[in-house]
Design a protein around this ligand. Structure first.
Ligand code: ATP
Ligand code: MG
Length: 584
């Protein structure tokens, strides 16, 4: 009875969480779109894009951008493109292209026939560049990369004009064409926009548009030896695709005047850039460069390691796409940088898994328990509900017999006060089964370690209840030793011990707070027989232990491996704080 009451109470709490977030979270981009539509801008069209650079796997920060771009398009009956911003061949790879497509699809979004690559526009961008040269708005510059930097000036000092700035249009056209033909060595020349070396905005100080680089591109091969910079490619790519709202993160705010300048000089369709604050999450990092470092140096088992904040890592860990989308909706969209507490993400996950995960019994650290008054050759099948949250998920049979396994930590020989689990002379309920009382403790003679418990059971308590409603405070999970089978379970903790691993003190790097205990492998767990057929990717709740998912990489039918997706603990106070932070 008590259990049910507590559950009711917890239910109230869960409902509170939902209520607190039912009011749509702030999203100023929605407001801009509505205003544009009201004013008939772009004939009311909404066309967005998600523009990843294929230089790493996507992370949860990208999920925010994906949900935002695809979500807004869906909301306003518009379109959303997937475009690879593949302008930097030295860091990019098809492996990344494939993983990005898989992740976007898995999140539940569809770009239909609108898959594009900035590299599709290389020829068009080259033509645009020629147009700027012919207008006297771009020039070939012979300064080295270091010199370009020197001439640029600083935030407080204006830059200096390049000595090559006043070349004739004819000379610039000729040099640019020969750059493309491969007549000059790597790094010997650039094409630069001719804007203003004294502009207070450093991005406007004659930025580089092309560099000479002999690198094979994953799509265009060796066709090009000059490559557009991101700044030159991005805005024009948006324009070519007719993107109405070009949504990006705040660090591009200072680039907007440059993008607008290019578009105006070329006289082409003007996409409106809107910046929002990127997602930061506590106890993790969101930079592809840093994540790559973890992979390359072997601190994790790859981009899809279940501890990684990547979409593939979260998926392998057992996260559902629904919970990630729910999280992205709840955190809202703002102009100000903030860090979202990771417990909010975990909370969204638990809410989802609580409803869909079948309950199972698995003993992580087994301790033998023998029921002396249970006949040796007897066994029986007990009924267990699969999910108390969802009766339609039905029931299953669990075998019971004289020798069981329980969790080592559920027994104490010298229990503290208020110990409701098993102890000498103490009675507990075995979930779905019987009441048992501990009568004897067997120890290893050498080590003193408890190796076996003896109990008696009350045959009148079948199903876990007695007629006299005798109270026991503890309910333990268990498995029958002759029916259970061994599985491996991997427990995870945060990858970093610091709340903000990205912001370490000067001189120390982000890896200094790597958590040495982020993975704990338990290889001698015992699972109830219904789990034998568990398919990779299936999620369960192991009673009292958390949510688990059959590993998709290392699990095989005769040697199942389970990842702990999340513990059952959900701290309300922390979540409230997280919600407040995300609303700021
Ligand atoms: P990183 O800093 O991890 O390397 P990035 O911005 O260089 O990320 P891109 O591939 O250029 O990675 O990102 C694709 C899109 O995702 C961009 O529009 C970018 O603004 C957005 N994005 C990247 N990180 C985040 C984040 N943490 N929160 C929200 N959006 C993000
Ligand atoms: Mg980027």
């Amino acid at each position: 009875m008590k259990d049910n009451k507590r559950k009711e109470k917890n239910k109230d709490k869960t409902e509170d969480v939902t209520k607190a977030t039912v009011t749509p979270p702030p999203n100023f981009i929605r407001d801009i779109i509505e205003k544009d539509r009201k004013e008939g801008k772009n004939e009311g069209r909404v066309h967005t894009r998600f523009p990843p650079e294929p230089n790493g796997y996507l992370h949860i920060g990208h999920a925010k951008s994906i949900c935002l771009n695809f979500g807004l398009a869906e909301e306003y009956g518009g379109l959303c493109n997937l475009r690879f911003d593949d302008t930097n061949p030295s860091r990019e790879d098809v492996e990344y292209v494939d993983s990005i497509m898989e992740d976007v699809r898995w999140l539940g979004f569809d770009w239909k026939d609108r898959l594009f690559y900035a590299s599709d526009y290389f020829e068009q961008l080259y033509e645009y560049a020629l147009q700027l040269i012919k207008k006297g708005k771009a020039y070939a510059c012979d300064l080295s990369a270091d010199e370009v930097r020197e001439y640029r000036g600083t935030l407080t000092e204006p830059g200096k004009n390049s000595p090559y700035r006043e070349r004739s249009i004819e000379e610039n056209v000729d040099l640019f064409e020969r750059m493309r033909k491969g007549e000059f060595p790597d790094g010997s020349r650039t094409l630069r926009a001719k804007i203003d070396m004294a502009s207070p905005n450093l991005n406007m100080r004659d930025p580089v548009m092309y560099r000479i680089l002999r690198a094979s591109h994953h799509r265009t091969g060796d066709k090009w030896c000059i490559y557009a910079t991101y700044d030159w490619a991005h805005g024009q790519s948006d324009s070519i695709e007719g993107i109405t709202h070009s949504i990006c993160t705040l660090e591009f705010e200072d680039h907007r005047p440059l993008y607008d300048w290019f578009i105006e000089q070329l006289g082409i369709f003007h996409s409106q850039q809107i910046e929002f604050a990127r997602l930061n999450l506590s106890y993790t990092i969101m930079s592809k460069r840093k994540l790559l470092e973890l992979v390359e140096e072997g601190h994790v088992g790859g981009w899809g390691d279940p501890r990684m904040p990547t979409i593939s890592g979260l998926r392998r860990r057992g996260y559902t796409s629904e919970s990630i989308r729910d999280f992205c909706e709840r955190i809202g969209v703002a102009k100000r940088e903030s860090t979202v507490d990771i417990v909010l993400l975990e909370h969204c996950l638990r809410e989802d898994l609580n409803e869909r995960a079948q309950r199972m019994m698995v003993v992580l650290r087994p301790l033998r328990l023998v029921i002396d008054n249970y006949p040796e050759d007897q066994e029986e099948e007990l009924d267990a509900v699969n999910n108390p949250e969802d009766p339609s998920m039905g029931t299953r049979k669990i075998p019971f017999s004289r020798v069981l396994y329980i969790e080592k930590e559920d027994f104490r020989e010298d229990p503290p006060k208020k110990w409701f689990r098993l102890a000498p002379g103490q009675e507990v309920r075995l979930k779905h089964a019987y009441y048992v009382t501990c009568t004897d403790v067997i120890k290893d003679e050498r080590t003193g370690e408890v190796v076996e418990l003896h109990c008696t059971y009350d045959p009148e308590s079948r199903g876990g209840w007695t007629k006299d409603e005798r109270r026991v405070r503890g309910t333990l999970h268990w498995v029958s030793s002759s029916h259970s089978f061994p599985v491996e379970v991997r427990l995870y903790d945060y990858l970093f011990t610091a709340e903000n691993p990205g912001e370490t003190e000067e001189g120390s790097d982000f890896k200094s707070s790597l958590n040495p205990n982020s993975l704990d492998i338990l290889s001698a767990c015992q699972a109830e027989p219904s789990l034998k057929e568990a398919e990779p990717g299936t999620r369960y709740q192991f009673l009292r232990q958390g949510y688990f998912c059959v590993d998709t990489a290392d699990s095989v039918p005769d040697a199942l491996v389970f990842n702990r997706t999340a513990t059952l603990r959900d701290t309300w106070a922390k979540i409230e704080k997280a919600l407040k932070m995300s609303e700021k």
